[in-house]
Design a protein around this ligand. Structure first.
Ligand SMILES: Cc1ncc(COP(=O)(O)O)c(C=O)c1O
Length: 469
């Protein structure tokens, strides 16, 4: 593969996220040039399937005529105006649509909150940062706590800003910044495949389906709340990635975990922050939001990545009227939420978001998601023949394949062996792009991905594992 002029420029000037730049500089980067549907092309005209939806953002495929048109129409009016003291139509409409969208369709316990207000920001990290700050201040203003503290899940990832990092529990990413962070507590992650309480011997199936345990992960949550109570405190909020903890390695939660853990949080008067940055908008469950599959309506719902269909950076934090009211007052009381970004409520992003929500809500959109989830399930079955696969877990339209040295013992590859990276490099050579999380290969293509493209993706994965490991 020849290095293009763009690749040379990039390697001279750019610093890439989550990338060892020494390796990057030695590589021949793929320079992506255009896209259509689930397909991407590089500068040299080679074709790829976008099997991780451009880092979990793209919902309906690239260059979708409806989203393109919406952005172009808005561009002819105005690209950006400030949301500080000014309004714009696309942002206002998107706010209204989101509030409608997050209303659970089925009967929900009356005690669950009603989400009524939308705070826009730029990306997943800022959406969780906003939720943390709102919850912190809400706890103080309502007298529930003078020093609010947060609880999250082991392996949690809520973004890279300092508040989000503080609530995160992935040592590799977060430990270096411990001096910058505020203290948060964590509970055991419900990771059936590697759970210390799971007594089952490994089988050729999703570990959630053959686990032998008494759901001790839930007892542990209860105990954590009790310990906090004994110390005379309470948690302001419990942060959770519903259905699947993404950056921890696509850890899929067993059915019932979130509803039980949510009920414990509620019983303790703790708010729930649902980080649906990855899982929301139909991605990781049969509902629009994974929290709803577990009959949980959070106090804060964080949406990003796919909000604009994955076309522009925009995020939203939805919350309740009660939280909103806690920030109302006379000007001189300074109860204002002093937080915001230059591009908050960006009209181009909002226009794209409106078009994307229309596609999501359409009958064909629902059918696409259903078909994709079914095809991922069907075609991934064949992967169990690989000795180097320990677990295959799926939640909605997200498939995760965990590579292991020995499936009978669950022995993992050392991170330094780069098993995931090597497999993904081999997949790229076969025309399929995705990025591993350590030893976990993520398959999460746009909803419009066809049967043939799913088949090709799984077969590239299978052949790459056989060749590489
Ligand atoms: C669950 C979750 N929360 C937050 C984030 C941060 O989002 P962003 O990268 O847009 O800041 C991510 C990103 O992968 C995520 O998966």
């Amino acid at each position: 593969m020849n290095k293009t002029a763009t690749a040379t420029l990039d390697q001279k000037y750019l610093w890439h996220p989550f990338t060892q730049m020494r390796d990057w500089r030695k590589s021949t980067p793929i320079v992506l040039d255009r896209g259509k549907g689930s397909q991407l092309w590089d500068e040299q005209g080679r074709e790829y399937i976008d099997a991780n939806s451009s880092i979990w953002t793209n919902l309906h495929g690239h260059s979708h005529p409806k989203i393109n048109r919406a952005i172009r129409n808005q561009l002819d009016k105005v690209a950006h105006v400030s949301a500080l003291g000014l309004a714009n139509a696309p942002a206002a409409k998107l706010g209204e649509r989101l509030v409608r969208l997050v209303k659970p369709r089925t009967r929900f316990p009356k005690t669950e909150p009603r989400l009524a207000k939308v705070f826009f920001s730029d990306d997943g990290s800022t959406s969780t940062e906003v939720a943390i700050k709102l919850s912190y201040e809400f706890a103080r203003r309502t007298g529930r706590s003078r020093k609010p503290r947060f609880l999250s899940v082991d392996g949690a990832y809520h973004g890279d800003t300092v508040g989000a990092v503080s609530a995160g529990h992935i040592n590799l990413f977060h430990k270096a910044y411990s001096g910058l962070m505020f203290k948060t507590d964590k509970v055991l992650s419900p990771h059936c495949y590697r759970c210390p309480f799971n007594k089952a011997k490994p089988e050729r199936a999703d570990a959630r389906n053959y686990r032998k345990c008494n759901m001790e992960c839930i007892d542990k949550v209860e105990q954590t709340f009790e310990q906090r109570k004994k110390r005379g405190g309470n948690y302001a909020a419990f942060l959770v990635e519903p259905a699947m903890q993404g950056p921890a390695g696509m850890i899929a939660q067993p059915k019932g975990w979130l509803s039980k853990v949510g009920a414990i949080a509620r019983a303790n008067g703790t708010q729930i922050i649902a980080d649906e940055v990855m899982t929301g908008l139909g991605r990781a469950s049969d509902r629009m939001f994974a929290s709803h599959s577990e009959k949980i309506q959070p106090d804060y719902l964080c949406i990003a990545k796919g909000l604009t269909g994955g076309y522009l950076p925009m995020a939203a934090t939805l919350t309740t009227q009660d939280v909103f009211n806690a920030f109302l007052g006379e000007y001189q009381e300074f109860k204002t939420f002093f937080h915001g970004h230059s591009f908050t409520g960006n009209p181009l992003g909002a226009a794209a978001g409106l078009a994307s929500l229309e596609l999501l809500n359409s009958k064909s959109g629902a059918k696409q998601r259903k078909n994709l989830a079914a095809r991922l399930k069907k075609y991934s079955e064949q992967l169990w023949t690989h000795e180097k696969i320990g677990d295959i877990r799926q939640s909605g339209c997200v498939l995760a394949v965990e590579l292991v040295r020995n499936w009978k013992t669950r022995e993992p590859f050392e991170l330094a062996e780069q098993a995931g990276i090597r497999v993904c490099n081999a997949m790229a050579k076969r025309g399929v792009l995705t990025r591993p999380i350590g030893n976990v290969i993520v398959i999460m293509p746009p909803f419009c991905t066809t049967k043939v493209q799913v088949e090709k993706t799984i077969s590239a994965l299978s052949n790459s594992i056989a060749e590489t490991l």
